[in-house]
Design a protein around this ligand. Sequence first.
Ligand SMILES: C[S@@+](CC[C@H](N)C(=O)[O-])C[C@H]1O[C@@H](n2cnc3c(N)ncnc32)[C@H](O)[C@@H]1O
Length: 253
Amino acid sequence: MNHGTAKAKELPSLLVDAIRTGEVMDGEGKIKPLDSNVSEAEAMLLFEAVRQLRPERSVEVGLANGISTLAILGALEANGFGLHTVIDPFQSNYGDTGIAMVARAGLETRWEFHRKFAEEVIPGLPPIQFAFIDASHLFDLTLMEFVLVDKKLEVGGVVGFHDLWMPSLQAVYRYIVRNRSYEVWNPLGQRPATRNRGGWRRLVRRMLTGIDPVRKILTPEFAAPWAEEGLGNLILLRKTAEDHRGWTFHEPF
Ligand SMILES: C[S@@+](CC[C@H](N)C(=O)[O-])C[C@H]1O[C@@H](n2cnc3c(N)ncnc32)[C@H](O)[C@@H]1O
């Protein structure tokens, strides 16, 4: 069901104020600069995703100052149901600000928080319909978190990733869309705009990637430049089928 496009006024006011002032209050009531967060536009994308998906259960890895968490919790509150599990073993590095923000927004009934690693929590969760990963940003740990999420994510469910400017996250994206049954999903219904970087470059690339031994030595960025994916810094991937790969399956990414 489409509930229309999220507007900033639908986001929790604490979230909007924090982004616009660039300040948050930590667990001891001290004001400190906001950092590490999703942007207001990205928060609206998360809000809209959760409004449309209407998850009963969702999970997030990486709390920090709680900006993305507030967007997700605000949408669950607007839906009128849903419980969001948030995982972050390093919340004390942020002065427990994320926890304080959720309490100050009055959204505590919509979440449970674990000061643990994803592998200690996700295997014990029931089926989920939405997940957001914005944690270590390391390739292997992010892929591990994706695999843990995928085991619980129902078909039709969505997993989001932040900071796609980073090569590690771009590699995670490439792995997933080439090897697993996931597709890019945009709750606002816009198709990614593929940037045309010039015909001759594309032609040369097609010729080179068509020669098998050459393809093996080309970098992924040369073979499929990130800029040409036409995607933003926050991506949402929808699970389209259960995993039925044979044991020899592998698509280079
Ligand atoms: C970029 S911040 C998340 C920002 C948040 N999405 C927001 O919009 O406010 C990354 C967070 O991931 C946490 N983190 C780092 N490594 C982690 C790991 N291995 N598992 C879980 N969380 C981790 C950090 O403590 C930090 O809070």
